[in-house]
Unconditional design. Structure first.
Lengths: 165, 343
């Protein structure tokens, strides 16, 4: 339990650093550390597959692309856009509302009742695969179609319209 | 787990670290000797007999050189870059099974540091993390050439990781497990996976070249275009770390290729040898066989480097996205059909 509190503290600490860091590249590096603490959380929950996939996909691929984009666009600090005060206030109110919604959702969920998994080894690759391809086959396939449509959309946006060229 | 087991594990960890560092050190010597052989030269021959002490001399030089940190560089990240590169290179060896279980007296010794049941994915994760060392170092140098090298490294790694993952998926369909120990055990005597996955191995080795930044894919440090690439600003042992990390990566990826496709520590007639040498010496012969395979792969890495010129960057991307990924997907489909109808 003390490990959990320590890692949870680190997660929150790094995520605060993500939004307070002045330099966007430092921000991304803190985000990488935040995702690393998430990986440790998954290991603590005995969800090994989720942990390693989080490690490969988020830390190893998505954040590399984030860093890649930032390195390309943020070459000098002067060109960084300054946000006006209206945008800052609007962002603050929006974020506050979101926080309120999350807190009330957690309250309504009644988190004091513990959810006990029937199979504590659910997170191991073999069990997870069996459940995904038997019990939850339809939602699994539907979500894969969602990803496919996102991919097709990205390709469509990237290709030039033959009429305009 | 008793105290004796913990001590055995610690000793194993130290031995594996020492072996990877020594192999990385002598890979630099081997590379120079092999390059000399290919170009009809003699190579290093001054320090010690046949120049065998050359790596020590190089290491001493690296440590004693002046350490320069550019004034406009980000100091912390500038140091973190090479440290991260060598860290990610070293932790990959934790899940590789080096040999069968050894029995000395009443002790059963696993010649593997950690047998986690997502072994392959762990290796894959470590490989994907390796690019951060290059990216952070290249960006923190605050130099345009370094930045271009870092960006090249990032896009190259991301592109080739996809086909590497897809080629591993076809292998997993054959083996049915993610644990490297079980994969190695399935290839007992001569049932090596290369017999079932020749195309998968070809894809894997091409991607391994790209992931370790070796020629013909060494565009992040292409000296004709980018001075020194991502390590242009580095000097002394920080440069040494980057170069060292490349050789350790080469060693680890050779070990992974040998374990996944070429039978690991297995060899034809191993049962007979094991029965005649006993449970203490027999597994050690397997370890020797595995290292022989690893050295062959390291030699292959060097052979390619001194034979083939490097790609142009668009050719590299074309090969990754338009050739390797479709081939890898076709390989998965063919493997599926083979499992369904023939096996």
């Amino acid at each position: 339990m003390s490990t959990f509190y320590f890692i949870a503290f680190l997660s929150i600490f790094f995520s605060i650093l993500v939004i307070t860091a002045k330099n966007p590249v430092h921000s991304i590096l803190y985000l990488i550390l935040t995702f690393f603490t998430f990986t440790i959380h998954y290991v603590l929950l005995n969800a090994q597959f989720l942990a390693i996939v989080n490690f490969i996909v988020y830390m190893g691929a998505i954040l590399v692309l984030f860093l890649y984009t930032l390195m390309l666009i943020n070459l000098n600090k002067e060109s960084e856009p300054r946000k006006s005060n209206v945008v800052k206030i609007a962002g603050f109110i929006g974020g506050g509302c979101f926080l309120l919604a999350i807190v009330s959702a957690v309250k309504a969920f009644n988190g004091s009742q513990l959810v006990i998994l029937q199979d504590p080894n659910l997170g191991l690759v073999k069990n997870l695969g069996k459940i995904l391809f038997n019990e939850y086959l339809l939602p699994f396939e539907v979500s894969s179609i969602l990803l496919l449509s996102a991919m097709v959309g990205a390709v469509l946006l990237a290709t030039k319209d033959p009429k305009t060229t | 787990m008793g105290l004796a087991d913990i001590i055995i594990k610690l000793v194993l960890v130290v031995i594996i670290f020492a072996i990877s560092l020594v192999i990385a050190m002598y890979s630099t010597y081997a590379e120079r000797k092999i390059a000399a052989f290919f170009q009809d030269r003699i190579g290093p021959n001054r320090a010690g007999p046949w120049g065998l002490l050359q790596p020590l001399a190089d290491g001493g030089k690296m440590f004693l050189k002046e350490e320069i940190i550019p004034t406009h560089a980000n100091t912390f990240l500038f140091i973190a870059g090479p440290s991260l590169a060598i860290l990610t290179a070293c932790i990959g060896s934790a899940v590789i099974p080096w040999g069968q279980q050894m029995t000395i007296g009443s002790h059963v010794i696993d010649l593997q540091v950690a047998d986690i049941n997502v072994g392959i994915l762990y290796i894959f994760g470590v490989v994907s993390l390796g690019v951060y060392g290059v990216m952070i170092g290249g960006w923190a140098s605050n130099n345009k050439y370094s930045l271009l090298g870092a960006i090249r490294a990032a896009s190259q790694n991301i592109s080739y990781e996809i086909s590497m993952g897809l080629s591993i998926i076809a292998l997993l369909m054959v083996t049915g497990t993610l644990s490297l120990r079980q994969i190695a055990e399935q290839q007992h005597s001569w049932h090596w996976n290369i017999l079932y996955q020749p195309l998968g191995f070809l894809l894997f080795i091409v991607c391994a070249f790209a992931e370790t930044n070796r020629t013909p894919f060494d565009l992040p440090e292409c000296e004709t275009e980018l001075v020194g690439g991502y390590h242009t600003e580095y000097s002394s042992m920080k440069l040494g770390f980057y170069l060292f990390a490349e050789y350790i990566n080469m060693f680890i990826s050779s070990a992974v290729m040998a374990t996944l496709y070429w039978g690991g520590y297995n060899y034809p007639g191993m049962d007979w040898v094991l029965a005649h040498t006993g449970p203490a010496i027999g597994p050690l012969i397997g370890v020797v066989v595995l290292f022989a395979k690893i050295f062959l792969f390291i030699f292959f890495f060097m052979w390619v480097r001194w034979t083939i010129p490097r790609f142009r960057y668009d050719q590299l991307m074309d090969l990754g996205w338009k050739v390797l990924i479709p081939l890898a997907i076709a390989n998965i489909i063919a493997t599926g059909l083979w499992i369904t109808f023939i096996k």
